[in-house]
Structure formats: structure tokens, C-alpha cells
Design a protein around this ligand. Structure first.
Ligand code: XBP
Ligand code: MG
Length: 256
């Protein structure tokens, strides 16, 4: 029986990367008087690096105008990252970023049926807090049995640590849980922890190969274009569909 649904945050709950983090990084560059700007394509390429601070360092490594001494570079990355997160929190507090369609409905179905909810993310805790407070209210944390974030792990996704810690908090074996992810790296992290994973690719990963999911589809608000196809019916993807996919464990990839 399904005991827990474990959610990734960025790209899975909302399109936070393109419309949130990227925008906030650019405002942070501007505020600090830096000429750097990340357009959608550049940011998409940088998403191969998990973690905002790590992403900044990866970008600086390609720039002639970034500080050369490692200590200075790391200081700058830390300052930019803190500023970016403050700007991001303001953006999401203003509800500038919508939750992906069908996410809240599936979460509510879990709560109604006693299936535990958890968060397993590479993003900073403050970002999770800001997004979920904006959409679920100030008591959002009471709905989640475990919330494991970037600060809680030594190695970020695609390393499985965040999932292993989440399972430990939940006290649930991997095969009694299902993860929800939007990216190849996130799906790989769940799989490496032996947690079956459903993938709803976000805009940046719509064309990326994703392997080994138990189901891949465009979003939880619809039943069309999912693989494996859910039973015919009306409305979005429900807990019964998740349970059917988990029980059958057919592994699909992004492209047939
Ligand atoms: C996504 C990430 C994060 C965010 C930025 O994590 O890799 O780094 O891009 O957040 P996930 P920070 O999809 O696992 O939620 O700047 O706080 O790292
Ligand atoms: Mg993600």
C-alpha cells in the first residue's frame, strides 16, 4: 500500500526555475552592480548544476570578469545567493508563481486518505517555506511528515541522500513511497534511493531524456498523454492511478 508521496519542489510544485530563481538571480546581479544576466537558455544549461550557490560558481568559472581568487569568488557567490533567495521569497510571497495544476488536489487527496506527504528538495529551506506559505498558508508545515532541504544534505541530487533522509524521517521503506520529480537529475536521485518515481517534466526538461520512471506525464490535472496510460476516466490523476503505477512498476522513459 502507498504510505507516502514525496514531492520535489522546483519545477515539480511550480515553474520556480524559469519564473522565480532565474528572475531573482538576475535582479541580484543588477542590485550588486554586476553586468551578468542569465537568459532562459543559459539558465537551462546551468540547471545541470544542482544548488543555486553551486550554479553561481559554475557560471563564474566560465567568466573572465569574475573574481580570480577562490575565496573572493566563494564570498561573492554566498552574497549573491543570499540576495537571490531574499528576492525569490518576495516574488513567491506576492504569489507571482502559481502551483502547477493538479498538485494541490493530489496533496489534498493524500491528506484525506492518510497517505503521508513529504518534501525532498535541493533548494534552500527558506525558499520552500516561502512558496508553501504563499500557497498553503502559515500552517503549511503541519501537512508534511518530513521536509528535507538543501541544507540538510552533504550531496545534492542526483545523489540519493535527500531521499534516504526523507525515508528515515518518515519511517517508510522506499517501495511504500512514490516520489514526484520534474527533471532527469531528480528522477535519478529517487531511483538511486529505490523510490519509484513519477515525472511531470517542467519546461526546461520537456525534451530531456528521462529514464526509469513508473509514469511520465504532462501534469496531474489531466489524464491524457501519460505513459503508462491511466484507466479511462474524467478529471485529473488521482491516488488510485498513483497506486496502480506503483503496484505495476512498469518502467517508462520520456520518449516512447
Ligand atoms: C532545484 C535546485 C535548486 C534551485 C535553487 O532543486 O537545484 O538549486 O534551483 O535553489 P529541486 P537554491 O528541484 O530539488 O527542488 O538557490 O536554494 O539552491
Ligand atoms: Mg526539480
Amino acid at each position: 500500500m502507498l504510505r507516502a508521496l514525496i514531492w520535489d519542489v522546483d519545477g515539480t510544485l511550480a515553474e520556480t526555475e524559469r519564473d522565480g530563481h532565474r528572475v531573482a538571480f538576475n535582479r541580484a546581479f543588477e542590485t550588486m552592480g554586476l553586468p551578468w544576466r542569465w537568459d532562459e537558455a543559459r539558465y537551462g544549461a546551468l540547471l545541470a548544476v544542482a544548488g543555486g550557490r553551486e550554479r553561481l560558481l559554475a557560471d563564474m568559472a566560465t567568466r573572465a570578469d569574475a573574481p580570480v581568487p577562490t575565496v573572493e569568488r566563494e564570498q561573492l557567490a554566498r552574497r549573491l545567493h543570499a540576495l537571490k533567495n531574499a528576492i525569490y521569497a518576495e516574488l513567491v510571497a506576492a504569489r507571482a508563481i502559481a502551483m502547477r495544476a493538479g498538485v494541490l488536489e493530489l496533496m489534498n487527496a493524500c491528506l484525506a486518505r492518510g497517505v503521508l506527504l513529504a518534501i525532498a528538495t535541493t533548494t534552500s529551506r527558506a525558499n520552500v517555506e516561502a512558496l508553501l506559505r504563499a500557497h498553503l498558508g502559515p500552517r503549511w508545515a503541519e501537512q508534511f511528515a518530513a521536509v528535507v532541504c538543501g541544507e540538510d544534505v552533504a550531496r545534492k541530487k542526483p545523489h540519493p541522500e535527500v531521499y534516504l533522509r526523507t525515508l528515515l524521517h518518515l519511517g517508510v521503506p522506499p517501495l511504500a513511497a512514490v516520489a514526484v520529480e520534474d527533471s532527469p537529475g531528480g528522477a535519478a536521485a529517487a531511483r538511486a534511493a529505490e523510490v519509484p518515481v513519477i515525472v511531470t517534466p517542467s519546461v526546461y526538461f520537456a525534451r530531456e531524456p528521462i529514464e526509469g520512471a513508473i509514469a511520465i506525464g504532462p501534469g496531474f490535472d489531466r489524464r491524457e498523454a501519460w505513459r503508462p496510460a491511466p484507466d479511462p476516466g474524467a478529471g485529473g490523476i488521482g491516488l488510485e492511478d498513483v497506486e496502480t503505477w506503483r503496484a505495476s512498476m512498469a518502467l517508462v522513459s520520456q520518449f516512447p
